[in-house]
Unconditional design. Structure first.
Length: 171
């Protein structure tokens, strides 16, 4: 079985609900395998630093800021300069392996990299877990209709919805 078959199987059978208990090591493994495969397919260089940055972003379902990343790397004995980190982040964004959440100025691993898509996110204000809405066809259509009706040309259609996740709304 190829890596692609394994990861797509895992992705299909493993619907990530960050707020609920799940085997997060599977999320990390799937994300890294997908990234390695996508970069190999497109000839992009997933250097050890880029790989590590992606892994750190995937450490949880909470978006991670650039300075948290720098702190983590410094604790591991690396001391990359901020521009190096920003270049690594740019690479990961460019290859659609992560998303940038403007409202938090932070980064989140993409749960279905490889296909171009606008990001729709549910951000929990209590625990910080952020879920990417992957079943977004209806949303996409509604946004397209609304923008077209306004005669507006959309360039970027990220949606960041804040609130309380399933676990936190009961607290
Ligand atoms: Zn997970
Ligand atoms: Zn995504
Ligand atoms: Zn929560």
């Amino acid at each position: 079985m190829t890596i692609r078959a394994i990861t797509s199987g895992a992705a299909a059978g493993h619907v990530v609900r960050p707020a609920l208990a799940h085997d997060h090591s599977l999320c990390i493994r799937t994300a890294l395998e997908q990234a390695e495969q996508l970069c190999a397919d497109s000839g992009a260089r997933l250097t050890p630093l880029r790989h590590r940055v992606l892994e750190l972003i995937w450490a949880s379902h909470k978006p991670l800021g650039a300075y948290d990343l720098l702190d983590q790397l410094a604790r591991e004995g690396h001391k990359p300069a901020p521009p190096t980190i920003y270049r690594a982040l740019d690479f990961l964004l460019e290859h659609r392996l992560i998303h940038r959440l403007a409202s938090l100025n932070a980064f989140l691993g993409c749960s279905h990299p490889g296909d171009a898509h606008a990001g729709y996110f549910l951000i929990c204000k209590s625990c910080g877990n952020t879920e990417e809405v992957t079943d977004s066809a209806g949303l996409q259509q509604a946004i397209r209709r609304a923008t077209e009706a306004a005669g507006f040309v959309m360039q970027q259609g990220t949606l960041e919805i804040s609130g309380f996740c399933q676990q936190c709304r009961h607290d």
